[in-house]
Design a protein around this ligand. Structure first.
Ligand code: AMP
Length: 440
């Protein structure tokens, strides 16, 4: 009989226990940092009405990257969420929470992209957003919380590329006649420049020409977007060069204050080529990179002051960031910041020397579980030797042996592998203390 191999769709993955355990550990660190800055959890559904997502991300995303489908029962058009920011805006518009509303959300999102290194179709984002503040302090705090996450996970060196949509708009005003092309052209230019890393300068130039811009305009745009470097110095230079341009003035002032407030200002660099593809950004934007491995941005974010209004809410300036869990983990594994050695969360295995001790083993396991230890007993009726082999394979560090001596005296024998420590005939309460210590 031919056997069918059942796999998962391209761009989707299973996470076996050692990977799932690592992911949980990293999520714990991230959520811990978010909470230390006063962000509270918010959860929204994975499915949204297509109407909710439509018109928020740009045409390319909406026509090619969103998973969209018709509910066979109601006939309604639905979509899997593409990010966590748009659902937040929908939520805030309808609930109008107390401001500032600082929420975090760690969850799956879906994008029908071409799978490659660091690029999946199902992946997790870890977002922190501040809703309600128009001020640079809020943008600085968002950058700081992301940098704090990076440090807390173990990244020693990373760069935050910073830019501002208003700064770019101001520059574009000087380089091409926006009113001639219409406002939509600005967003189109942003989206093309966003591909700079992917398709190179020539590719971007060709796309801008195809978008209808003149050769001189394209040259002007390309020369300015290649400006990068020390933020304070570069901002002052841009301010001089585009004196009298209101958008540039407003953006430079905001960015300077933001940089001044940031605890992690040493990690910041100004990079005019970093535009971020999504349509909803209105102010400062940033992305976080490591030199190696080449995996794209590990995190990104920015200010989106108009999004909540678009859902019928009051005008509510907002800013936030999104950390890509897969990239943080894939890059961290490559850099050796952590590993997949931990294969189980079981802290203790109770080894019965013989069938007659099973009920005592279960009683001990029950009491240890009540004390908060993570305990397994043998469920396969295996020999003592096979139980030990299982512990070895699973990487369970602590074993409790139950045999004749232990059962008759109501005590336990403990062996902790990593410490090569053996304690014989230990009373249960004492055993719990030893095992708890070993587990930490
Ligand atoms: P974005 O909303 O596109 O700015 O994404 C925020 C973060 O999510 C990025 O900085 C990446 O770390 C991560 N990310 C984006 N797209 C993918 C993907 N296809 N696969 C894995 N991670 C991604």
């Amino acid at each position: 009989m031919a056997s069918t191999k059942y796999g998962v769709p391209r761009g989707f993955r299973d996470f076996p226990p050692e990977v799932a355990l690592l992911r949980r550990r990293i999520i714990d660190v991230i959520e811990g940092v978010f909470e230390r800055y006063g962000f509270d959890p918010l959860e929204t559904p994975v499915i949204e009405y297509w109407e909710t997502l439509k018109g928020k991300y740009g045409e390319e995303v909406e026509s090619k990257l969103l998973y969209r489908f018709q509910d066979p029962w109601s006939g309604e058009w639905l979509a899997l969420r593409y990010d966590l920011t748009v659902p937040l805006a929908r939520f805030v518009a309808s609930q109008v929470p107390t401001l500032p509303f600082k929420r975090y959300h760690v969850g799956r999102v879906w994008r029908h992209e071409r799978p490659q290194k660091g690029r999946y179709r199902e992946f997790w984002q870890c977002d922190a957003d501040i809703v309600g503040s128009p001020y640079p302090e809020a943008d600085a705090e968002v950058v700081d919380v992301v940098c704090d996450v990076m440090k807390s996970i173990g990244y020693r060196s990373f760069v935050v590329r910073l830019n501002d949509r208003r700064l770019l708009r101001g520059v574009f005003e000087e380089e091409f006649n926006i009113s001639r092309y219409g406002e939509g052209k600005v967003l189109e230019v942003f989206r093309v420049i966003d591909k700079l890393e992917k398709i190179g300068r020539e590719g971007v130039e060709a796309e801008l020409l195809r978008a209808g811009l003149g050769t001189r305009e394209v040259e002007g745009i390309m020369d300015t977007v290649e400006v990068s470097g020390n933020p304070e110095k570069t901002l002052s230079e841009l301010e001089d060069r585009f004196k009298g341009n209101e958008s540039v003035y407003v953006a430079v002032d905001h960015l300077k204050r933001m940089i001044d407030t940031s605890i992690y200002r040493d990690c910041l660099t100004l990079d005019l080529s970093m535009v971020r593809g999504l349509d909803y950004y209105t102010g400062p934007i940033f992305e976080v990179y490591v030199k190696e491995p080449k995996i794209g941005a590990l995190a990104g974010g920015g200010r989106y002051d108009d999004l909540i209004e678009r859902y019928g809410g009051p005008k509510t300036p907002s800013t936030g960031a999104s950390i890509g869990l897969e990239r943080i983990i894939d890059a961290g594994l490559e850099l050796g910041l952590f590993n997949l050695e931990r294969k189980t969360c079981t802290e203790v295995f109770i080894v019965s020397m013989d069938e007659q001790y099973w009920s005592y083993a279960r009683k001990v396991a029950d009491e240890m579980r009540r004390e908060g230890l993570k305990v397994q007993v043998d469920l396969m009726r295996r020999s003592y030797k096979k139980q030990l082999e299982y512990c070895e394979k699973k990487g369970i560090d602590a074993m409790v042996f139950i045999g004749e001596k232990e059962a008759s005296t109501g005590t336990l024998t403990i062996y902790i592998r990593s410490e090569k420590k053996r304690c014989e005939q230990t009373p249960l309460s004492e055993a719990v203390k030893i095992l708890r210590q070993a587990a930490h």
